[in-house]
Design a protein around this ligand. Structure first.
Ligand code: SF4
Length: 330
């Protein structure tokens, strides 16, 4: 099998938040890549660095208090951290697009949805008004909004939550990006609509050949769509592997705990869902050892004293002393 071409490469990225109580290492040296046409899942609890990863790629980290302290973000071979504001504005929307959890906060409430799609097209491409309108209606059709010619004239508040998210996807895809970043795109929706939106993203990804980075706190959400999965904890990547390896043979205790907290059809009625005890550590405090040690059922003395290495697992990577103990320590 030929290896797919790399679209995005993130190397040893550090993004810090300079807060009154100290420097929070929101991203503490993360490294990963996304291949062309691939769907990469990024999973973890809130505050683990998922959204900060997306904002760093888009260079939308709120400054102050945030700053990318070091690292590289290579997109189609170019280091995005060397781009100026104008160059980044051109890349955002045309080559990399992003959709968020709550479309109502991203959509303009006083502009029809059709006009909003049209505007995105006209910012990035020199097309006539008539051509932009035709494309906007085509986009509404593409994201399966019924009666697109009429919906074009509607305002965001006239649409359901699911329809609004479809409009956001239409805006994001209007200029044919190579990478679509979806940050918790279905969290605010009910389960049936959630499944429809995920199916739509997967269909559009196949149709356009774009890559998708799907960020979620819920492993269940990406079980059907992601080819590879990153598990983040406290600003670091603790496990990285294929969907198959992460779901059938999780190597990090945090991944194991996240899998246990996914509800299953076979679960008995009334059975309480598994909860991971404790909290993500305060990232402004100096840390020793493994950052998951306080919550880990397998923690030993060494875990509190020594930072675990990142081990190559063959199909990915894992950051845990237990993996080394199983004879993988070379
Ligand atoms: Fe648990 Fe130790 Fe592995 Fe950390 S290094 S995840 S505390 S076993």
């Amino acid at each position: 099998m030929t290896e797919k071409e790399t679209l995005l490469e993130v190397k040893d990225l550090h993004t810090y938040l300079y807060l009154e109580q100290g420097v929070s290492k929101a991203l503490n040296g993360i490294t990963f890549d996304i291949k062309k046409g691939e769907t990469l899942g990024v999973v973890g609890e809130s505050g683990c660095g998922k959204s900060m990863t997306a904002l760093s790629i888009m260079q939308l980290v709120p400054d102050p208090p945030g700053k990318i302290a070091s690292g590289e973000i290579r997109f189609q071979g170019e280091n995005l951290l060397e781009k100026n504001k104008r160059e980044m504005r051109e890349i955002r929307g045309s080559r990399i697009a992003m959709i968020f959890q709550e479309p109502m906060t991203s959509l303009n409430p006083v502009m029809t949805v059709g006009k909003q799609i049209e505007e995105t097209i006209r910012i990035h491409e020199s097309v006539s008004k008539a051509e932009a309108k035709k494309r906007a209606i085509e986009m509404l059709k593409l994201v399966k909004i019924p009666e697109p010619e009429q919906r074009y004239y509607e305002y965001p508040h006239q649409l359901s939550g699911g329809m609004r998210q479809r409009v956001m996807i239409a805006i994001a895809l209007a200029c044919h990006p190579d990478l679509l970043i979806c940050d918790e795109p279905t969290t605010a929706l009910d389960v049936t609509v959630q499944a429809q939106i995920l199916k739509l993203i997967a269909e559009l990804q196949k149709k356009t050949g774009m890559s998708v980075m799907l960020i979620t706190h819920d492993l269940g959400v990406i079980s059907q769509v992601a080819e590879r999965i990153i598990i983040m904890y406290a600003g670091r990547i603790v496990e990285y592997g294929t969907r198959q390896s992460v779901f059938t043979n999780p190597l990090h205790p945090y991944t194991e705990a996240l899998l246990k907290s996914v509800p299953r059809l076979s679960d008995e009625d009334g059975k309480e869902l598994y909860m991971i005890k404790g909290m993500v550590p305060d990232l402004t405090k100096e840390q020793r050892g493994c950052l998951f040690a306080e919550r880990c059922p397998y923690a030993e003395k060494r875990c509190f004293e020594e930072e675990p290495k990142l081990y190559d697992t063959g199909s990915g990577r894992v950051c845990c002393h237990r993996y080394g103990k199983r004879g993988n320590d070379k």
